[in-house]
Design a protein around this ligand. Structure first.
Ligand code: PLP
Length: 414
């Protein structure tokens, strides 16, 4: 964000977390998750008293005089009050009860990732990443940043000695992980990998898109950076694309802020507003996503034709114990593998009705994805390739009996 005017103003969101016991938005630092989600960054508009802050569409702001900004705002690529509201709201959630996080939002999850990598890595730098990161993340690092001189090594995050070796051999700047991962639902130990990364002089970046800050707080566990596709659970209604980078270290924050301003991949005000509106209900939505997904994962276990159910809430999931420690719920994503191979998986994906066949995830409506030919087509033939007998369910918040009925009909038809 750009420099702000010196005088404090109750409608201007500052970069710095408030040091007072009660912040400008009326929040005590100890406020619970849902209270922060609804109030952080959302102080009422002082002219009219509107409880929902207006959407600021203006691209530019009239200064008092040359060089003397009125309220710290001058041009929308650098700062915009609606974007600030979202950034403050998200920072208040990812920072946990101790606060102190700073968030920067972008036009998409990949734009956020790209800005972060430009902020912390230069040509010649290396990234070590999990062997099951989102296909688009891999494509960005491999196909876009590779030709610009950023190298990468792919490892299994469960194999700590392989991670240590890769970090040491490549002198990597970044260790990048996703937990739970998309779509294999692997769980990685954030605290342990933060130590491993730091011992090797690397930053730990955690893609928290699947878990959201409601279920998991990577910064509290030692991660340096959280990235999000806010397109997913944070927006929550499949109607807005966006991304975010959240950090705790002010120096790192400056670098990300500079990228946001200088490279300009910002989200627009209307997108920011929709994301803020979605984020207010994240907690209640996630409770319901968790409950529905747990019920469905259990139900799937006994279905004929189902080979494997990947859901960290199931006691026999290899990451169950770890997920129980580092998450406060297992999330709304469930992957299923079928004994009938690719044909059966595709048939199920094309037969359900309430579970709509689509690329995305994290909305209130249930979605079904066939990753091998959809979200993860870009990693086909690589070590990140997804089994072709797998479908990924984004379990929505509909009535679970209806969702089970929909799945039952599709699976029985195979
Ligand atoms: N990270 C994860 C885990 C994702 O699933 C996605 C998109 O599916 C992204 C990042 C990229 O986000 P976006 O599509 O908003 O650019």
């Amino acid at each position: 964000m750009t420099e702000r005017a010196a005088e404090p103003d109750e409608n201007v969101h500052t970069d710095q977390p408030a040091e007072t016991t009660e912040q400008e938005d009326g929040l005590r630092p100890s406020a619970g998750f849902n209270t922060r989600a609804i109030h952080a960054g959302q102080s009422f508009e002082p002219l009219t008293g509107a409880v929902v802050p207006p959407v600021h569409l203006s691209t530019t702001y009239a200064p008092e005089s040359v060089g003397q900004l009125r309220r710290g705002y001058d041009y929308g690529r650098g700062t915009n009050p609606t974007r600030d509201s979202l950034q403050d709201q998200l920072a208040a959630l990812e920072g946990g009860v101790d606060g102190g996080a700073l968030a920067y939002t972008f036009g998409s999850g990949l734009a956020a990732e790209n800005a972060l990598i430009h902020a912390v890595a230069a040509p010649g730098a290396h990234i070590v990443m999990g062997n099951d990161v989102y296909g688009g993340t891999y494509r960005l690092i491999d196909k876009v940043l590779g030709p610009w001189g950023i190298g990468h090594t792919v490892v299994d995050m469960a194999d700590v000695s392989a991670v240590e070796k890769a970090l040491a051999e490549t002198k990597a700047a970044i260790l990048w992980l996703e937990t739970p991962s998309n779509p294999m639902m692997k769980i990685s130990d954030i605290a342990a990998l933060a130590e491993t990364a730091h011992a090797a002089g690397a930053l730990l970046v955690v893609d928290n898109t699947f878990a959201t800050p409601y279920l998991q707080l990577p910064l509290e566990r030692g991660a340096d950076v959280v990235v999000h596709s806010t397109t997913k659970y944070i927006g929550g209604h499949s109607d807005v694309i966006g991304g975010a980078v959240v950090v705790q270290d002010p120096e790192l924050a400056e670098k990300v802020k500079f990228q946001q301003f200088a490279a300009g991949a910002v989200n627009g005000p209307l997108d920011g507003y929709l994301t803020t509106r979605g984020l207010k209900t994240l907690g209640v939505r996630m409770d319901r996503h968790n409950a529905n997904a747990s019920t469905i994962a259990q139900w799937l276990l006994d279905r004929p034709g189902v080979e494997r159910v990947l859901y960290p809430g199931l006691p026999d999931h290899p990451g169950h114990e770890l997920a129980s420690r580092q998450m406060r719920g297992y999330g709304g994503m469930v992957s299923v593998q079928f004994t009938g191979g690719a044909t059966a998986a595709r048939k199920v994906a094309e037969t359900t009705r309430l579970f709509q066949l689509a690329e995305s995830l994290g909305g209130v409506e249930s979605l079904m994805n066939y990753p091998a030919a959809m979200t993860h087509a870009s990693v086909a033939g690589t070590e990140l390739a997804v089994p072709d007998n797998l479908v990924r369910l984004s379990v929505g918040i509909e009535d679970v009996a209806d969702l089970i009925d929909d799945l039952d009909r599709a699976i029985s038809a195979v």
